[in-house]
Design a protein around this ligand. Structure first.
Ligand SMILES: *[C@@H]1O[C@H](CO)[C@@H](O)[C@H](O)[C@H]1NC(C)=O
Length: 370
């Protein structure tokens, strides 16, 4: 209790002090100018500014450093809110030397590696440790390591954008052991690269978690050397165990057996990544609106991924009209119109019938826009 009120008292007098006059800025207490600087240039609340300055301790050139760091970050394109977040998460950033520390790192990523500005700013904003790492002993070997797997010109940029931890995570503890484990199991080098590109987050999960996911996918009969293996793995690792069970239970409640869930998962892993709500709506549409049997959906799990509002319902509307006018061939597959590309669907089911059904295009357009 005493501590809190003493602090409040201090804050109150600080507020008065900072509010009084600029002439007082050369104060005998060396932390006050820094607090003043943080409040004025970043709009930090007094309490946060106080806490930041306490973490930094008293430095003779603290204010000059902080001031030049803030100016530099702004010149790079960071907004106030982003700088505040960085400073709160890692106050020591404010004491960095712009010329010898911050600038060379930015220039390395931007000019030598070719990371785009927006990706770089995002990576820095999301990692308060970004500037704390050494360029030569940390970042350069890290980038060399990543580039072994991310070989095309913008792959590195894309992967960093998806998971900026790739830059700052200690690769000896996470990336390397995970990749070693996968390769020992027989996952191909190129597939590791694909995983790093499409779902880099997977490779920075805990090694034990990776090991148990690998085991689980193998138990389903997948060979680590097959291209599908990493896709099963990344879907499985994208959620925790209870979410996983909920998704399986959701399928079961819609009539799938446990074995059918597994079979569908290994054929099309992304089915298990879809939300329960999405699955329910889609299955409901096929069963009750389009009169398509559950077995057909089970046989073609890709069907689950289509959007009810943007694809299925509009196309079903067209099919219903054509059918009512006797314009569909008897042997026409019931799911084919849903599977075709937009262009092919328009050609085969809309354009072809415009003479007989002039309003078909208009009707289709209106329902896709709805
Ligand atoms: C699992 O993940 C879900 C969704 O992200 C979350 O709501 C839930 O709390 C998590 N459960 C556990 C046990 O961590």
């Amino acid at each position: 209790m005493f501590k809190v009120s003493a602090k409040n008292l201090f804050l109150l007098s600080l507020k008065r002090f900072l509010g009084t006059s600029a002439a007082l800025s050369c104060s005998s207490s060396s932390s006050l100018p820094l607090i003043d600087c943080l409040v004025k240039s970043l709009g930090l609340p007094l309490e946060s500014a106080l806490s930041v300055s306490q973490k930094l301790g008293a430095r003779r050139n603290g204010v000059e450093r902080a001031d030049s760091v803030i100016k530099f970050l702004r010149s790079c394109g960071f907004g106030k809110a982003q700088i505040v977040k960085l400073v709160i998460n890692g106050p020591s950033l404010l004491l960095s030397n712009v010329e010898s520390n911050l600038k060379p790192k930015l220039e390395y990523f931007r000019d030598e590696i070719g990371v785009s500005d927006s990706v770089l700013l995002g990576a820095i904003a999301g990692n308060s440790r970004f500037f704390g790492r050494s360029l030569d002993s940390y970042y350069k070997p890290q980038i060399d390591f990543l580039k072994k797997y991310l070989t095309t010109s913008n792959a590195l940029d894309i992967a960093i954008k998806r998971c900026s931890w790739l830059l700052t995570v200690d690769r000896k503890y996470l990336l390397e052991p995970n990749i070693d484990l996968l390769m020992k199991e027989g996952v191909r080098f190129d597939d590791v690269g694909i995983l790093m590109l499409y779902q880099p987050r997977t490779l920075v999960t805990k090694v034990e978690k990776m090991a148990s996911a690998v085991k689980a996918v193998k138990r389903l009969g997948m060979e680590p050397s097959s291209a599908k293996f990493i896709h099963c793995l990344r879907v499985m690792l994208s959620m925790n165990e209870s979410t996983w069970h909920k998704k399986v239970d959701n399928f079961k409640s819609l009539g799938w057996s446990q074995e059918e869930c597994w079979s569908m998962f290994v054929r099309r892993p992304s089915c298990l990544a879809l939300s329960e709500e999405k699955i329910r709506r889609t299955v409901d549409f096929y069963l009750n609106t389009a009169s398509i049997a559950r077995e057909v959906i089970f046989g073609k799990p890709l069907l689950l991924q289509f959007s009810v509002d943007k694809r299925l319902r509009p196309r079903h509307g067209v099919i219903t009209v054509l059918r009512s006018k006797g314009l569909l061939k008897k042997q026409n597959s019931i799911v084919k119109p849903f599977q075709l590309s937009e262009k092919m669907f328009l050609e085969k089911y809309v354009m072809k019938h415009l003479e007989r059904v002039p309003h078909l295009m208009e009707m289709y357009r209106a329902s896709t826009a709805a």
